[in-house]
Ligand binder design. Structure first.
Ligand SMILES: NC(=O)c1ccc[n+]([C@@H]2O[C@H](COP(=O)([O-])OP(=O)(O)OC[C@H]3O[C@@H](n4cnc5c(N)ncnc54)[C@H](OP(=O)(O)O)[C@@H]3O)[C@@H](O)[C@H]2O)c1
Length: 253
């Protein structure tokens, strides 16, 4: 990881759960990290708590589902930090929408606006900044899910729009990798697909399983996903970890 010290990273969804753990790990390894989220006050507290670490966290308020806010955020990175080496597309939401009933299109759109379109706009803006500043050894991560790898046999009704969004992320990660190969770019792309992770995602997404899911299923910690990202980032520049699927031991999903 030494070669990443002093380099610039952007992490979306940095204020909680997996994103917050990734921010802490990158700052610990000396990276200059710009954390994006809507709850900027949490990011400011995190920056304060990380002030003794080798790297640094810059808090930035942005809703990734708002294209103008994303463009503005990457403009801020360009003006203040000049470049970008690592982008972690982590911001994501769940939604509980049975597709055999009257559709809640508002929630359906929200899932795709954040998990798919927001991720794609961040990727486009991040890649542009890498290329403009001559970074050809950058790394783009999509925090995907086991829901992007196969259709769960047990989660059942309400989860399919989220699974569809994460299957889109699988296609977008591999598509990006192939487009970069065609362009003879050395920028790496990694999809990280966790099983269940103990975070607030079920609560904030008003998922009906929020109160029971962690009682009934084994779960990973956000730190476990940050460790996986650090492993993929720390491999030599010619090594591309395309996909990492990480399940808690004992998970049936
Ligand atoms: N937890 C799991 O079991 C699990 C399993 C597999 C994959 N994942 C994936 O891992 C990623 C992180 O999930 P998590 O469990 O850590 O969720 P979480 O605890 O709910 O945290 C989500 C983060 O995303 C941010 N966010 C949500 N909507 C946003 C928006 N419109 N614009 C900017 N930031 C936004 C939130 O910040 P603000 O609210 O401050 O904006 C928060 O920092 C997601 O992509 C999720 O699909 C999670």
């Amino acid at each position: 990881m030494e070669r990443w010290a002093g380099k610039v990273a952007v992490v979306t969804g940095a204020s909680a759960g997996i994103g917050a753990a990734i921010v802490e790990a990158l700052v610990h390894h000396g990276m200059i990290v710009v954390g994006l989220a809507r709850r900027v006050d949490i990011l400011k507290d995190m920056a304060e708590n990380l002030s003794e670490e080798k790297g640094r966290l810059y808090p930035l308020k942005a809703d990734v589902s708002d294209e103008a806010q994303v463009i503005h955020a990457f403009q801020w990175v360009k003006e203040n930090l000049k470049t970008l080496h690592v982008l972690v597309n982590n911001a994501g939401v769940l939604g509980d929408i049975p597709i055999s009933e009257k559709l809640d299109t508002k929630v359906f759109l929200r899932i795709f606006d954040v998990n798919v379109i927001g991720l794609s706009v961040c990727t486009s803006e991040g890649l542009k900044l890498m290329q403009e500043s001559g970074v050809d050894d950058g790394h783009i991560f999509h925090i995907n899910s086991i829901s992007g790898q196969y259709i769960h046999p047990t989660l059942g009704a309400g989860q399919y729009p989220y699974m569809a969004s994460k299957h889109s992320v699988t296609v977008l990660a591999e598509g990006l990798r192939r487009e970069l190969v065609e362009k003879k770019s050395n920028i790496r792309v990694t999809s990280i697909s966790p099983g269940l992770v103990k975070t607030e995602i079920f609560d904030v997404s008003h998922d009906r399983r929020a109160t029971t899911i962690f009682d009934n299923n084994p779960a990973l910690n956000p730190q476990d996903i940050a460790d996986a990202l650090i492993y993929a980032l720390g491999t030599p520049p010619h090594v591309q970890i395309k996909e990492l699927t990480i399940k808690p031991v004992g998970e049936m999903l």
